[in-house]
Design a protein around this ligand. Structure first.
Ligand code: FEO
Length: 396
């Protein structure tokens, strides 16, 4: 399938309606995804990125129905991750001498993945490639999303092929931002940013400012996942600048796991206390064992403060909380407050274990946390509500 993007630029990627997990099983993709590949037919013919490996044969077959593969002058490989490079071996088996443009780090990644000595051409920021009357300009974008990542800009049509940046895991037949449901689009774009790009926020700001300083007109942003930003593409750039700047809403998220409902009761009473103290705060509760991990991460991203609770088990915490703390630790959230709670029978280490991990993860610890023995009675429930009120004051 071929979708015209603008003039001689066409989308020739794959829409993956079936995808429900990405990055192994790490990222939930309830709305599928797309692997965007673009074909530019100027005086020179250029292919930008390919698709995930399971679709390599379908991709090359479709491409061959669009053009004579031998007419491809250049392949631009913006990023070596397999969701974009997976069809390169199949394609290059048919056109083995075609130059593959990538960054210096891309060269290492491609060789590491495919163990092939293709006709690589290493480029760096500011390098240009003439297509005749138009040019491609390369912009390295390390860590957006891997060290090898780069973006490619097409002059004349003013299109930025941004690769992972500005993407969404969002399958749609409509393919353009002005044609899809806006709430769905921005929900997926935010989830994508929160779960994938949060650790690189300082680099996001620097890279966007670097690109803006080039003073290149921007008509369209073509990411490598999800829909194309053709209606006011700067809106997603502005969103990224906002999200990258220690983003938070007036929200507290309480995440807990529970064995016999004691820690759940604590969570619900703490939430009640927070709301009684400050009814403007949006308080949300998630049982980490029953909720989608990526949704929880997105809610943490939106929060000014979080509370994490687990009963004590074997002097530690339940495994869903342990896994969440591991994930949160790597995401390097900044500017958020946190505290811990949990029920216990005899030793009661869980709040201290959680607090230590939250501190190590960069959260500002609001207090020493709260624990209650066995199942909270009416007095215990009141203690939780009072704790919630104090927590709400502490995060003002
Ligand atoms: Fe969509 Fe970093 O690959």
């Amino acid at each position: 399938m071929n979708i015209n993007v603008k003039n001689n630029v066409h989308w020739v990627g794959k829409t993956d309606w079936e995808l429900r997990k990405f990055h192994g099983d790490e990222y939930s993709t309830f709305k599928g995804s797309t692997y965007n590949s673009y074909l530019i037919k100027e005086e020179k013919t250029v292919l930008i990125d390919t698709v995930w490996k399971p679709y390599e044969k379908e991709f090359v077959r479709n491409l061959a129905s669009e053009i004579d593969l031998n007419s491809i002058d250049y392949i631009i490989a913006n990023h070596a991750e397999i969701d974009h490079s997976g069809a390169l071996p199949e394609l290059l088996r048919q056109i083995p001498d075609t130059p593959v443009y990538c960054t210096k780090n891309g060269l290492k990644s491609f060789k590491g993945h495919f163990h092939e000595d293709w006709n690589f051409k290493v480029v760096k920021t500011g390098d240009r490639l003439s297509l005749g009357s138009k040019e491609l300009i390369f912009v390295e974008a390390p860590m957006l999303h891997w060290p090898d990542s780069m973006m490619t800009y097409l002059t004349g049509d003013n299109i930025l092929f941004s690769n992972d940046a500005f993407g969404q895991h969002y399958a749609s037949e409509f393919m353009f931002n002005d044609r899809v449901n806006q709430e769905e689009l921005f929900t997926e774009a935010l989830k994508y940013y929160a779960n994938i790009l949060t650790p690189f926020s300082p680099l996001v700001i620097r890279k966007i400012n670097e690109f803006l300083s080039l003073n290149l007109p921007l008509d369209i942003i073509c990411p490598s996942h999800g829909v194309i930003w053709r209606d006011n593409p700067v809106q997603i750039v502005q969103k990224y600048l906002t999200w990258a700047d220690n983003y938070q809403e007036n929200q507290v998220t309480i995440i807990y796991d529970t064995m016999w409902d004691s820690t759940r009761k604590m969570a619900e009473n703490i939430a009640r206390g927070i709301r009684e103290e400050n009814e403007t705060l949006n308080v949300k509760l998630y049982n980490s064992a029953k909720s989608d991990k990526n949704e929880i991460i997105t809610e943490i991203f939106k929060s000014k403060a979080i509370l994490i609770g687990s009963p004590t088990i074997n002097r530690g915490v339940l495994t869903s909380i342990a896994a969440l703390l591991e994930e949160v630790s790597g995401l390097k959230f900044a500017g958020k407050k946190a505290a811990a709670f949990g029920s216990y029978g005899w030793s009661g280490e869980s709040p201290a274990v959680i607090t230590k991990r939250l501190h190590e993860a960069g959260f500002a610890i609001a207090d020493d946390g709260m624990k209650i023995t066995w199942n909270p009675d009416a007095k215990g429930a009141d203690q939780c509500r009072e704790y919630g009120k104090e927590f709400a004051k502490a995060i003002q």
